[in-house]
Design a protein around this ligand. Structure first.
Ligand code: HEC
Ligand code: HEC
Ligand code: HEC
Ligand code: HEC
Length: 503
């Protein structure tokens, strides 16, 4: 009965999706779900205007893919667990906890295989052992230049070749050619440059190259490398690339039938056509260019237009094996896996607690003879009431609460920009903040330490904050929309820089 209902639901579901699409795509034989350069990101920091990523969102997508019934291979390449090769001693514990939590979550997502990157490999063996112990999936090519993983998936033989950075062509070719690697689909996982991808893609037998190591935000549509296709899915878990694989003839090159590639190509052609057409028009109008020189340009334009028209023509049936790749970005509104989210929240609490205890006695550098003490924003409130009232209602005045609400106020990746005088002489540390006086982005973040001025207002204090002070916190990674002029407008207001309006 249950089986029947499930089958019915599946049939209905296929029916509805087919109804919406103009031409029904055949069900793929298998799917590759590809993540590159995850770099230990459990989730984005949340500082920017459109945060992308989150391992809970990734998990929800993968679960959904698996529910369709098509076998899914979840593959990761490039740095997976760590984003720096050498971690400063104070951060080692937090980074290890992070990597272990991630390994546990990736195991629950049934990751097929990972090819760890150079930064992962650079960690001390003791660190790696703890993370490997939490991983129920293979870490490829840890002890060899390249390593083959094979499986029978949905009746097809799949071979995944992990390629260690620096492996020679011969070493990789030997793995690809090995008897156990003969397969219907062969996917190489690499951590390297475009040249490395080209090199591995040129090895006979490789169909796809999962290209970790580029460490760039923008995902790249399938790119031809030798007879293979390179796949890249941005970084930090901001998105994943899903490749529907349709198998016909093993050993032949796959045809790319992705809308993603098609629309990229169309945009590129439109650009070229627009530029060339404008040039020709200018030449014609000027009358100074010979017809003999113009003709070849006109022929080129016609050829470009023909290529462009071909892209709009309905696609013919694929002759051999083919694939359709799409990018699945993970914006804030994309669904989250509740179980994974719970693990993340438990992790945040554990890190907070561990750091609070570990750094309980961490004091800021002491004041030198030239240094002025920090006193906190409340010490300014008596004499600058309007400014204080304005600041309390500004995001700067609640920046610490933003972290507390997320159990991240002791997180070493977060606290520095959400408090005042971080690691400055007489300032704050991850645990020490003058009993709460230096939490939030206080007056002294912009005006400098106010100890002397507070005691005696005759002592000057910095009035105008240079842009360099802002961008120490408002950097590209954490404040994508920052614009000094525009942001200053919300600071220079009545009560703070402008006279208070009288009714
Ligand atoms: C005891 C009173 C008092 C306290 C406390 C005090 N100020 Fe002032 N502040 C003054 C006076 C008086 C002036 C000069 C008159 C004016 O321009 O308002 C001044 C001026 C300033 C100016 C303008 C400087 C300029 O060159 O125009 C800034 C900025 C400033 N204070 C910031 C702070 C900050 C930040 C704190 C807390 C760390 C603080 N003040 C604490 C009394 C005080
Ligand atoms: C010590 C770090 C730090 C410094 C220095 C700093 N900011 Fe900020 N700023 C923050 C943080 C953190 C937030 C977000 C607070 C929150 O909402 O939790 C923020 C928020 C803001 C916002 C609100 C943006 C919004 O989305 O509403 C403005 C505007 C702003 N800052 C302008 C400035 C300007 C201009 C300067 C320099 C004059 C500056 N900040 C200096 C950390 C800093
Ligand atoms: C390099 C400095 C920096 C670090 C590190 C940093 N932040 Fe921020 N954060 C900012 C700034 C600046 C803003 C305001 C950005 C803007 O509005 O342009 C901000 C804004 C935010 C906001 C949005 C607040 C709101 O209400 O809109 C959240 C949430 C946040 N940060 C959380 C975090 C967390 C969690 C971490 C650690 C994982 C972190 N931040 C690390 C500088 C930082
Ligand atoms: C994000 C940075 C920032 C923070 C936080 C900040 N200020 Fe300012 N403040 C400025 C800048 C920039 C100016 C100069 C405004 C202008 O150009 O007129 C200024 C101006 C002032 C002035 C001089 C006003 C005038 O009319 O001459 C005072 C006083 C002052 N701030 C006090 C404070 C106090 C008190 C706090 C905390 C309660 C505070 N500020 C928080 C950046 C900041």
């Amino acid at each position: 009965m249950r089986c029947f209902l499930a089958a019915l639901a599946l049939a209905l579901c296929f029916g509805c999706s087919r109804g919406k699409r103009p031409a029904a795509e055949p069900v793929p034989d298998l799917r590759l779900a590809v993540v590159t350069d995850l770099k230990g990101y459990l989730e984005p920091c949340g500082c920017t205007s459109n945060p992308l990523g989150g391992i809970d969102r990734l998990a929800a997508q993968v679960k959904q893919l698996r529910e369709s019934g098509v076998p899914v291979l979840l593959l990761m390449a490039g740095d997976v667990f760590f984003d720096t090769a050498t971690i400063e001693p104070a951060r080692v514990d937090q980074a290890q906890r992070n990597a272990k939590t991630l390994a546990g979550i990736l195991s629950s997502m049934q990751v097929t295989a990972v090819l760890p990157g150079n930064r992962d490999r650079a960690q001390p063996p003791a660190t790696l052992e703890g993370v490997v112990a939490r991983s129920s999936f293979p870490w490829l090519a840890m002890n060899a230049p390249s390593e083959v993983w094979t499986a029978e998936v949905g009746g097809h033989r799949v071979s995944v070749i992990g390629v260690r950075p620096g492996a020679t062509r011969e070493e990789v070719a030997a793995s690809v050619g090995a008897a156990e690697a003969r397969a219907d689909v062969t996917v190489a996982l690499i951590d390297g440059t475009r040249r490395d991808a080209n090199r591995v893609g040129a090895i006979p037998g490789v169909d796809f190259v999962v290209h970790g190591g580029l460490d760039q935000d923008d995902a790249i549509p399938p790119r031809q490398v030798g007879r293979a296709w390179a796949l890249h899915a941005s970084r930090q878990g901001q998105g994943l690339v899903v490749v529907d694989v349709h198998l016909r003839d093993a050993g032949k090159r796959f045809e790319d039938r992705s809308d993603w590639s098609r629309s990229e190509r169309a945009a590129q052609l439109d650009r070229q056509i627009g530029e060339l057409a404008a040039k020709i028009e200018r030449w014609e109008a000027s009358g100074s260019v010979d017809e003999a020189d113009l003709d070849p340009q006109r022929t080129r334009l016609a050829a470009l237009r023909e290529d462009r028209a071909l892209l709009d023509a309905p696609a013919s049936q694929p002759k051999g094996s083919s694939f359709v790749a799409r990018l699945v970005p993970l914006p804030k509104k994309s669904p989250r896996d509740a179980e994974v989210e719970k693990l993340m929240r438990e992790h945040d609490k554990a890190v907070n607690e561990a750091n609070r205890a570990a750094f309980a006695s961490l004091k800021p550098p002491p004041l030198g003879p030239e240094d002025v003490a920090y006193v906190g924003s409340a010490a300014c409130s008596g004499c600058h009431q309007e400014a204080y009232a304005w600041w309390q209602a500004h995001p700067h005045g609640v920046a610490y609460r933003t972290l507390q609400e997320r159990n991240k106020e002791y997180n070493l990746d977060c606290v520095g920009c959400h408090v005042t005088g971080y690691q400055q002489p007489g300032g704050s540390t991850v645990t020490h903040n003058l009993d709460g006086a230096l939490v939030n982005v206080g007056c002294e973040s912009c005006h400098g330490p106010g100890g002397a001025h507070t005691k005696n207002p005759e002592v000057a204090i910095l009035r105008d904050t240079p842009e360099s002070t802002c961008v120490a916190c408002h950097n590209a990674e954490h404040s994508d929309l920052f614009d000094y002029e525009a942001y200053m407008k919300t600071l220079v207001v009545p009560g703070h820089g402008l006279p208070v309006k009288t009714p």
